[in-house]
Design a protein around this ligand. Structure first.
Ligand code: NCD
Ligand code: ZN
Ligand code: ZN
Ligand code: ZN
Length: 449
């Protein structure tokens, strides 16, 4: 029997669809999922890969990643960061703008894209910061960014977060360009006030850090910005929700009609502030790790659909920076290579349904950030896929990370579920921790709003 030639046949797989798992194969043609096949032998193909009975999922879409590069390339560069993504089963990353230079001008965005195109091995889309000149919002939006990010706790920001009129003007400008605003929910004035109070009381460094970033000010910031979102018609995405108070604030905002989505990280679901006391600055992150009750409230919000996405907030730093005295050490740690195995471990234990996980990490981020033809295994969709062994048990060894940041608060955790292969547009970019494509194989995605 003669059929047209396809580019890849993946055979002997279990394919995840929302209608159930299909046992069989799949053909890829011109980067797209061409057909699901019961009998893949019937198709002529340039290449056949045996999936050895493993599970094929849509590639993970991680909407909160700091790939750094440019002047911060000592922490991470576009190559190492996207190799880490591929190893973690992540086929698309959305990159944050808090770099040097900051991605808050047309010029800085173009420079980042140019550099990325030479180095990336997975798909990358960019966020921008709001530009000093509000008239530049439209031009930046037209470059295909996925959203504007605000850091109200960061004195480097171009906008004045005390000035509500100014914030509203920027929110309106984002809305006019159909772009969401991503919010790091915090407030600089509160941090400064609490910090100086706690320092006066001679509290230990770790307690000063935890006490100056309380859950209440996170929740307050969520309410404040979602109210401004309602007022201006602007869509918001709340980053790294970390506490039960924040979940309450989000429910309140949704009831008031806010167009709002939010994400949670694996570390806020799985770790508590005890980890900072145990591991010191290595586990220092913003928002801080909180309590067991917060973990429980976040899981409940994930399961009942209040939280839409699981994102890594991959925030690499050099080890020498993290080894500085606690107050000077930067916040954040890598997460691209641990997100999927940690969550598959929850699936293996029966705490999370596979279908829910795939929604949180693929379908939902694709929908929120308008990544066309991504996030599901469907005929005609991009063949961005990850092959996982649900049964394999292994131990997290940060020294083996592809990221330049070879540390993790999850070091030595035993996990169940291993990424075997990662495919971008039907090409196997990573197999058993080895990167198989050259630098620059990945594409910068320009999002159509
Ligand atoms: C992030 C970083 O290092 O860029 N750090 C962090 O602790 N999460 C910044 C951020 O996401 O707020
Ligand atoms: Zn943040
Ligand atoms: Zn971040
Ligand atoms: Zn296997």
């Amino acid at each position: 029997m003669r059929t047209s030639t396809v580019d890849l046949v993946l055979k002997n797989s279990k394919i995840f669809t929302y209608q159930g798992i299909i046992s069989g194969g799949l053909a890829v043609k011109e980067g797209k999922i061409h057909k699901f096949l019961k009998e893949p032998e019937l198709l002529r193909s340039d290449k056949t890969i045996d999936a050895k009975g493993h599970l094929l999922l849509p590639g993970i879409i991680d909407p909160h990643v700091h790939l750094r590069d440019l002047q911060l390339s000592y922490k991470e560069d576009f190559y190492t960061g996207t190799c880490a993504a591929a190893t973690g089963g992540i086929t698309t990353v959305l990159d944050m703008p808090n770099t040097i230079p900051r991605t808050s001008s047309l010029k800085a965005l173009r420079e980042k894209k140019r550099e990325a195109e030479k180095k990336i091995v997975v798909n990358v889309a960019f966020y921008a910061g709001f530009p000093k000149d509000i008239n530049e919002v439209k031009q930046i939006a037209e470059q295909g960014i996925a959203g504007f990010k605000i850091y109200p706790h960061d004195p480097m920001e171009e906008i004045n977060f005390q000035d509500e009129k100014q914030i509203c003007a920027y929110f309106r400008a984002a809305a006019e360009n159909n772009l969401p605003v991503l919010v790091h929910p915090d407030n600089l004035e509160t941090i400064k006030t609490l910090q100086s109070e706690l320092e006066k009381q001679k509290r230990p460094d770790i307690e000063v850090f935890l006490g100056s970033h309380p859950a209440t000010s996170e929740a307050k910031a969520i309410t404040r910005y979602s109210d401004l979102g309602v007022k201006t018609g602007c869509r918001l995405h709340i980053c790294h929700v970390s506490s039960s108070e924040s979940v309450v604030a989000i429910k309140g905002a949704l009831e008031k009609g806010a167009r709002l989505t939010c994400e949670v990280t694996p570390h806020h679901l799985l770790l508590t502030s005890e980890e900072i006391r145990r591991q010191g600055a290595l586990a220092k992150v913003l928002p801080p790790l909180r309590s067991r009750d917060d973990n429980v409230a976040l899981w409940a919000a994930v399961l009942d659909g209040v939280i839409n996405v699981i994102a890594s907030d991959h925030a690499p730093h050099s080890l020498s920076e993290k080894e500085k005295p606690f107050p000077e050490a930067p916040s954040g740690f890598p997460g691209l290579e641990t997100l999927l195995p940690l969550m598959l471990t929850k699936v293996a234990r029966g705490d999370l349904r596979l279908e829910k996980l795939v929604d949180l990490t693929s379908r939902s981020p694709a929908k929120i950030f308008k990544l066309e033809n991504k996030g599901m295994l469907l005929e005609g969709y991009d063949a961005d896929m990850v092959l996982v062994d649900l049964k394999e048990k292994w131990r997290i060894s940060p020294e083996k990370f592809h990221s330049k940041s070879k540390f993790s608060p999850f070091k030595n955790w035993n996990v169940v579920g291993k990424v075997r292969m990662t495919f971008i547009k039907g090409v196997c970019v990573m197999s058993d921790e080895e990167i198989l494509v050259p630098r620059g194989f990945g594409k910068v995605i320009n999002v159509n709003q």
